[in-house]
Design a binder for this molecule. Sequence first.
Ligand code: EPU
Length: 433
Amino acid sequence: MDRYVIRGGTPLKGEVEISGAKNAAVAIIPATLMVEGVCRLENVPQISDVSLLLNILEQMGATVRTVNRNTVDIDCSKVEKPVAPLELMRKIRASYYLIGAALGRFGQAEVSMPGGCDIGARPIDQHIKGFKVMGAEVEVANGIIHAKVKDELVGGTVYLDMISVGATMNIMMAATLAKGKTTIENAAKEPHIVDLANFLNSMGADIRGAGTSVIRVYGTERLDGGAYSIIPDQIEAGTYMAAAAATGGEVLVKNVIPKHLDCITSKLQEMGVTVRDLGEAVLVKSDGPLSRANIKTMPYPGFPTDMQPQIGAALCLAQGTSIITESVWDSRYRYLDELKKMGAEVQIDGKTAVIEGVKSFTGAPVACSDLRAGAALVIAGLVAEGETTVEKIHYIERGYEDLIGKLRKLGADIEYLKAPIDPEQGDALRATS
Ligand code: EPU
């Protein structure tokens, strides 16, 4: 099995360049299905979730051309029917955005129930409710979602029962090519919601209020091509900030929008870490013991669930008792069981984790249970005395571009160990990355 091997104990020092936002890219790429013309997307992160989605679009008949490492041209004008292998779609949660995009352009969609990280139940009832309000018929059978518009997609008012990033984006997409006005109430406000709206508006849509809890979409007849640059990844930036804090390092995190990081910055400051806003970068410096803090995850602008494990790993090393309340997902503490193998002292009771800070971690073999859990284990490995091996790293590669290269530039001792080609050969083959 491929794995990372980390020899910890070195404070991270230097600069890191943040890539484009995964959770914006995985919505914007499916949204190109609605555009008649070439979309040039810049600042696209090179991660496996993006490759999968591009592959799905190609299977539908789109032309995808790589311009350079982080720029891609996508032309979906020749797609006649939004049909792609269900097996491929099942691998990625964001394939559900193909429903909103395809309903708008083709009046029908067939997508397998989404996969992705296993972090608890992940229903999509709010997405379906929104499509139904707009006149679509939606059925789920044998793990496949069938959606069809009888006459035409018509705008309406959708009140979300809970704040959902995915439902807000999916309904926004379907509404873009629907007739009339759609209002989404109790909408999510994450930076990637605003990014998707900006992308669609730049192609000719009329979406107002993204970033607030009421979004109004005035339907348009068609979207034309153009160029768009994806925002920097808030969570990737936060992950390096947490790694700098945990290792007692000093890192300049570049290509960020500091405003998007406020919720993370203020928590780190509470933990005794210095964070300076330098406009398009933040400087993170940690040179004393971390202080305890409590975290409660919430929709934006609250503390993001996608940063809970990384800050959780740092809190395991803070002086005193910290309490985490995970209020978005049911099952996002599995990384803490792994961290116990490295010396963490934690008690979990339902949605609450109580952490007693320890002085350090000791290296151990651990395994990722999801993308952000994986990031937390890497952070712990960077701090730990001795060697840590992190398995099931395909989760991490879903969402972090060149993690190994970026961490090495910051002085980390981390390598990628490939599984042996022939199991008889014994130990894994060492490979550079
Ligand atoms: N929910 C419902 N019904 C729905 C939709 C959501 O009950 O129809 C509930 C969920 O069960 C959850 C809450 O509402 O308790 C929030 O879910 P949301 O829809 O906001 O999550 P998502 O769109 O499935 C995205 C990110 C996640 C991130 C969450 C919350 C993508 C592809 N995924 O998921 O990212 O945790 O928003 O911010 O954008 C990650 O990047 O590691 C990751 C898991």
